[in-house]
Write a protein that binds this ligand. Structure first.
Ligand code: ADP
Ligand code: MG
Length: 318
């Protein structure tokens, strides 16, 4: 059975694909050439079995998702992804599992033009942490504290598919393939996030549910929001699961479910047209779902113009 060093050598020695990696996996640390004139943007996300993915999730889906969730954070900042580090905690040294995991991991790196530059490997409960570094043109970044009253609130979507798939699985029901795909293979808005930052300076990625994540924006920006519930984008698979009867209670997964990895952006109405044009150019569906208000709190309005009370309860670990 391979020891930890052989394991790293076999599965995580990368195909070098970036000239700015002066030294990658194998030494005590990596050496990188920072992109000239740009600022670095860093993020880290951990996926724990049974918490961030169902235990039966395939190693290739886990590998993909561990990268996708980090690229989604970078996209929300408007950053271009550059390098990844991987910290793996494994219950055992299962070559078949590792082969599937590392193949998917490397493929996903190639797909997004990022390189694995190092990491750590330990024994313990299955847990995967990825640290991602990206870069932005100096100052051109999207932040949570940059929303202003009167801004339009825009989301990419549809929303709620992943949470609905997870809810179905947890009830022992079968989830439609298109919903499962959205749970296991979320597509981070990498291209759109970078282009959006040209005209927009406020965004967050929707990982804990739209309302919880929008609340991070309204808290940081010291403002509130008004959401038009009839504008929340839903997939046809989502609608079909509710026999096309979308009452407020059937919106729960779209409003407070997690794992969407779509973007929520706030922009002035003057820039809104440019933002939607950028979305079209990137082949991304984006929807205006409300506006930022001076008054604090998030108000949800139904199609009859009535205020609907929806408790904001994103996933909380503690
Ligand atoms: P050290 O004991 O110096 O911390 P390690 O034995 O943890 O070194 O790692 C040796 C090399 O392998 C380092 O370059 C490290 O970044 C890399 N590495 C370890 N685990 C992984 C992993 N899961 N994926 C990619 N690189 C890894
Ligand atoms: Mg060392």
């Amino acid at each position: 059975m391979a020891d930890e060093f052989e394991l790293i050598q076999t599965f995580f020695t990368t195909r070098e694909n970036r000239e700015d990696v002066l030294l990658g996996v194998g030494d005590d640390a990596a050496i990188l050439q920072p992109p000239p004139g740009r600022q670095l943007v860093m993020t880290l996300d951990t996926l724990i079995s049974g918490v961030h993915f169902p235990e039966q999730t395939s190693p290739s889906d886990i590998a993909y998702k561990s990268i996708a969730v980090n690229l989604s954070d970078l996209a929300a900042m408007g950053a271009r992804p550059e390098w990844l580090m991987l910290s793996l905690s494994l219950p055992d040294n299962n070559a078949e599992w590792l082969q599937a995991f590392s193949q998917s991991f490397m493929q996903t790196c190639e797909r997004y033009g990022v390189q694995l530059i190092g990491g750590d490997t330990t024994r313990g409960e299955l847990s995967v942490s990825v640290q991602a570094t990206g870069s932005v043109e100096a100052g051109r970044v999207m932040r949570r504290d940059a929303a202003r009253p009167g801004d339009a609130i825009v989301v990419t979507g549809p929303l709620g598919d992943a949470a609905l798939a997870l809810a179905l699985l947890q009830h022992g029901e079968e989830a439609p393939a298109s919903l499962l795909q959205r749970l296991n293979r979320p597509a981070p808005q990498v291209e759109f996030g970078q282009r959006a930052a040209e005209v927009c300076n406020c965004a967050i990625d929707i990982s804990d549910g739209l309302l919880a994540d929008l609340q991070h924006i309204t808290d940081a920006s010291e403002c509130g929001a008004e959401i038009d519930l009839s504008a929340i984008p839903l997939s046809s698979a989502y609608r079909q699961c509710y026999q096309d009867n979308i009452s407020v209670s059937n919106l729960t997964n779209a409003l407070t479910g997690g794992d969407d990895y779509e973007l929520c952006l706030c922009t002035s109405f003057e820039q809104l047209q440019r933002l939607t044009q950028i979305a079209r150019n990137c082949n991304v569906n984006c929807f205006t779902i409300g506006k930022i208000t001076a008054e604090s709190g998030i108000r949800c309005i139904n199609e009859n113009g009535q205020l609907v009370d929806i408790p904001v309860s994103g996933y909380k670990h503690f």
